[in-house]
Design a protein around this ligand. Structure first.
Ligand SMILES: COc1ccccc1NC(=O)N[C@H](C(=O)N(CC(=O)NO)CC1CCCC1)C(C)(C)C
Ligand SMILES: [Zn+2]
Length: 190
């Protein structure tokens, strides 16, 4: 099982690499790795297991964070319709997005960052994502709210981008300039 010891931290070069696409159908090994990433999220969201192994409660994990430079992500959270999303995805791609932006009122953190970094991380309010599931099915997801933020955070990792790269250093708390409203969502602690 993946524990915090397997998660590389900022400063490790792999976090700044552009991950390789996975040639499909994925190999058994790639499937096993992606399954173990989903399992990390499940374990980290189970109070007893998380306490037993000292796991941070994860809602998303990207393969580069376990030093695998491949386009694979795991997500376990709820979408804007409170639908439960538990997915292991190969080659996720944002194929369209809203002009409007959103951000987490409390800012973002990262399993690979052991410090608080203040400031708003502007994200697209709505995104359309194409990906291939662990089972090999090509899916299209329309996401907004917290789930959209999670996907953008994880897909950034596949491009060597850390959340704090997106904070405006000169004005970390500026309201991002959307054409229209900003959706501020607080973190639910499900
Ligand atoms: C069950 O846990 C929750 C329930 C309800 C709301 C939030 C959470 N948990 C999180 O936001 N968890 C964060 C997280 O997993 N990530 C993922 C990550 O670091 N991926 O690389 C950071 C989040 C910041 C914005 C989106 C993902 C950490 C960095 C705080 C562990
Ligand atoms: Zn992260």
């Amino acid at each position: 099982m993946i524990t915090m010891d397997d998660i590389i931290r900022e400063g490790h070069p792999t976090l700044r690499k552009i991950a390789d696409p996975v040639s499909l159908p994925a190999s058994k090994e790639e499937q096993d790795i992606l399954r173990s990433m989903v399992e990390y999220l499940i374990n980290s969201q189970d109070e007893d297991t998380a306490a037993q192994y000292g796991l941070r409660p994860g809602v998303g994990l990207a393969a580069p964070q376990i030093n695998v430079s491949k386009k694979m992500i795991a997500v376990r959270t709820f979408d804007h319709n409170d639908e439960f999303l538990e997915l292991g995805l190969f080659n996720p791609k944002i194929i369209s997005h809203s002009e409007e932006t959103t951000y987490l009122e409390s800012g973002e953190g990262c399993l690979s960052v052991d410090r608080m970094v203040e400031g708003e991380v502007p994200r697209y309010a709505r995104i359309k994502v194409k990906a291939t599931t662990l089972e090999g099915e090509e899916i299209t997801l329309r996401l907004k709210g917290f789930a959209a933020i999670v996907f953008q955070h994880e897909i950034d990792h596949l491009n060597g981008i850390m959340f704090y790269d997106r904070i405006d250093k000169s004005d970390p708390f500026k309201e991002p300039l959307p054409p229209k409203e900003v959706i501020k969502i607080s973190k639910f602690h499900g």
